[in-house]
Every structure is written in structure tokens, then in C-alpha cells.
Design a protein around this ligand. Structure first.
Ligand SMILES: NC(=O)c1ccc[n+]([C@@H]2O[C@H](COP(=O)([O-])OP(=O)(O)OC[C@H]3O[C@@H](n4cnc5c(N)ncnc54)[C@H](OP(=O)(O)O)[C@@H]3O)[C@@H](O)[C@H]2O)c1
Length: 331
């Protein structure tokens, strides 16, 4: 029997396994305009925490008792829509469930059956890679020789940002946690420097490495890491606010150091980016695919097997357990 993961209760802070329930899915006949997709891979995003919370966000809060919103990759097994046909592999808003019955507008894109794994449509050739590419090039616009600093540097978005910045000729500093991810940043993702933000000399090391100033800061964390980076901005620097992974909750609103003086003195620009405002992904996907095939862009995927892995998967991201893009693999 196909099963689905529903949101059973709303958390305070980071969502935990006990906030979800796994239920059987009763058979749902197709209505006109709908397709039935059997999911193969389901995405796990840090942003899911925000989609669940009932505080102000860029998207509506997931109602209690409904299937957890998620991007998935799967194959159409039945169609009452003229655009998508049986046997096509698609990426779309298919939810944390074995079987999705959705309208055609839930589809993000077709996934070609080629030399690249379909799971990449959830990571480097999906939300993570496309976000990295569009936000870095659109807002950061790094120039050869400039310094780009990236937080969550070993993660799905961050590892792509660091490598794209290197391809564009910038110097890169990655910020992550623990010696294994620091090593991975240097060896696999080719950052010139990488730092562990949990070490006691973290602040001093940023100052030392970024003596000439930081031209682009790709911020995925906010909080203490960002407080340590901002004093080293270069004049005319650009800050991309892409994520706030280090802030456990936004109610009550946390008080941090004021950023305005840094922006003023360094004539810096700070801009938020949300991928769902930029759903024209194809040219970014073409470029990212070309770099993968040329061996210039590396990625790491971490598979958790079975729908039973879903409930604890988001909390695991906030424990920093994941290595690369976290994906649920269904049999
Ligand atoms: N704006 C957009 O459109 C958009 C789209 C996609 C993703 N994002 C954002 O991009 C960021 C990275 O997403 P991702 O999917 O690539 O996830 P990821 O980096 O693969 O995984 C999340 C990582 O966040 C870090 N983290 C967790 N708690 C932390 C804390 N308290 N302090 C500092 N770091 C912490 C951990 O890495 P460390 O081991 O390095 O601490 C963890 O591995 C997230 O903030 C996400 O919301 C934004």
C-alpha cells in the first residue's frame, strides 16, 4: 500500500520526527487534468522548516494533516492531461509520498533519461544548483581575482557556489563545521581556503585570510558566522542572503548585531534571493550539466532509504549530519 508523510503537529524551533506521521494512501481516481506519478526520489530542504512554521514566510504555511510539501522525481503511470504522458520522468511538487495525484502545474520540468542520474534534478540540477548559479551570478557577480566567502560551504547549495565562483576566477573561502567537511571543501570542492566555524580561532582566521576584503559573501546561515564575516567586507561588496540556517526560530524575533554601519562604510549591497521568484531554470541547468560533464563541477548526494526516513530528515540537516544533498530514495 502506498504511504504518505503528513504534518501532524507544528514545532517550536526546528521541526522534529515526532511532528510527522506516516499514513496509508487510499486509492484516488484521476480527475480530468491530473496525472499519477510514482515517486522515485524525494527532496529534503532546510527551507521546509519555514514552510511548516506559521510565522511570516515567502510561501503559505503547510496545513496540519496535509502531505508534507516537497519536490520529487518520479514517473507518470497514468495521465488525464494532454501535456504529460505515461512513462515520462518528471520533477515537480509531488510531496513526501509514494504516489502523487497532481495537476500539470505541479510539474517543474521533465527529467531526461540520459547519462546524468535523475536524482540530480533534486540537487545540483535542481533547487540547490540553480539557486547557487542564479544568486551568485545575478547578485554576487564575482569578478576574476575577487574574494567570495560562502557559508554552509560543503552543503548542496554552498558546494556549488564555491565551485562556480572558482570557475569564474574568484578566490574562495568556505565556512562549514568539522574537519571532514573542511577537508572536503578543499579537496573536492576546490575552495582555496576553508574554515570550521566551531573552532576558537575562527574569527581571527577570517581576518587573516580576508586581509584584502571580501567582495562577495554568499550567506546561507545568518547569525554568528555572518557577524564574523561582515567586518571584513571590501568597499563595493555584495551580500547574497540565501538562507538563515543558524537561526533556530524567528518567534520571538532574535536580536543581533546591527549590520547598517558595515553596509554604509563599505558601500555594500545586501539582497535576499528566493529561487521560486526565478523559475526559468533551463539555461542554468544546461550550464551546470555542461560543467558536470566536463568534470569542473563536483557534487555529493546522500541517500536515505525508504519513506520511514522522512520524518527525521529535516532535523538531521539542522544537526549538520548531512554530507551533500540529502535525498529520500524510494524503492
Ligand atoms: N533562498 C533560496 O531560494 C534557497 C534555495 C535553496 C536553499 N536555500 C538555503 O541554502 C542553505 C543551504 O541549503 P542546502 O539545501 O544546501 O542544505 P545543506 O547545506 O546541504 O544542509 C544544511 C546545512 O546547514 C548547516 N547548518 C545547520 N545548522 C546550522 C547552524 N546552527 N549554524 C550554521 N550552519 C548550520 C549544516 O552545515 P555545516 O556542517 O556547514 O554547519 C548543514 O549541513 C539553507 O539556508 C537553505 O535554506 C535557499
Amino acid at each position: 500500500m502506498p504511504r504518505a508523510v503528513i504534518l501532524a503537529s507544528r514545532p517550536t524551533g526546528v521541526v522534529q520526527a515526532e511532528n510527522f506521521e506516516i499514513v496509508d494512501q487510499p486509492y484516488q481516481p484521476l480527475q480530468s487534468g491530473e496525472i499519477r506519478v510514482i515517486n522515485e526520489y524525494l527532496s529534503v530542504e532546510p527551507a521546509m522548516r519555514g514552510w511548516i512554521a506559521d510565522t511570516h514566510n515567502y510561501s503559505g504555511s503547510i496545513p496540519l494533516g496535509s502531505v508534507m510539501r516537497a519536490i520529487g522525481v518520479g514517473t507518470v503511470v497514468e495521465s488525464r492531461d494532454s501535456t504529460y504522458h505515461e512513462g515520462e520522468r518528471l520533477c515537480g511538487w509531488f510531496g513526501w509520498q509514494h504516489e502523487a495525484v497532481v495537476k500539470a502545474d505541479a510539474v517543474i520540468r521533465r527529467v531526461a533519461r540520459d547519462d546524468l542520474s535523475p536524482s540530480l534534478a533534486l540537487g545540483i540540477l535542481g533547487i540547490n544548483g540553480v539557486t547557487a548559479f542564479l544568486a551568485l551570478t545575478g547578485i554576487g557577480n564575482p569578478q576574476p581575482g575577487e574574494t567570495v566567502v560562502v557559508s554552509t560551504a560543503a552543503g548542496a547549495v554552498g558546494s556549488a557556489v564555491g565551485q562556480i565562483a572558482t570557475i569564474l576566477g574568484a578566490r574562495t573561502l568556505g565556512i562549514t563545521s568539522g574537519p571532514v567537511k573542511v577537508r572536503q571543501c578543499i579537496d573536492l570542492f576546490k575552495y582555496q581556503n576553508a574554515l570550521d566555524y566551531k573552532t576558537s580561532d575562527f574569527k581571527d582566521r577570517i581576518a587573516e585570510i580576508c586581509r584584502q576584503g571580501i567582495d562577495v559573501y554568499y550567506d546561507n546561515t545568518s547569525g554568528r558566522i555572518t557577524d564574523s564575516v561582515l567586518p571584513h567586507l571590501a568597499v563595493g561588496s555584495r551580500i547574497i542572503v540565501c538562507g538563515t540556517a543558524s537561526i533556530p526560530q524567528w518567534a520571538p524575533w532574535p536580536q543581533g548585531p546591527r549590520v547598517e554601519r558595515h553596509l554604509l562604510v563599505k558601500r555594500a549591497r545586501m539582497e535576499g534571493f528566493v529561487i521560486f521568484d526565478h523559475m526559468e531554470w533551463q539555461s542554468a541547468i544546461d550550464q551546470l550539466s555542461a560543467w558536470i560533464r566536463q568534470g569542473k563541477l563536483q557534487y555529493v548526494e546522500e541517500f536515505l532509504d525508504g519513506i520511514e526516513s522522512c520524518p527525521d530528515a529535516i532535523a538531521g540537516l539542522y544537526r549538520g549530519e548531512n554530507h551533500g544533498k540529502r535525498i529520500i530514495r524510494l524503492s
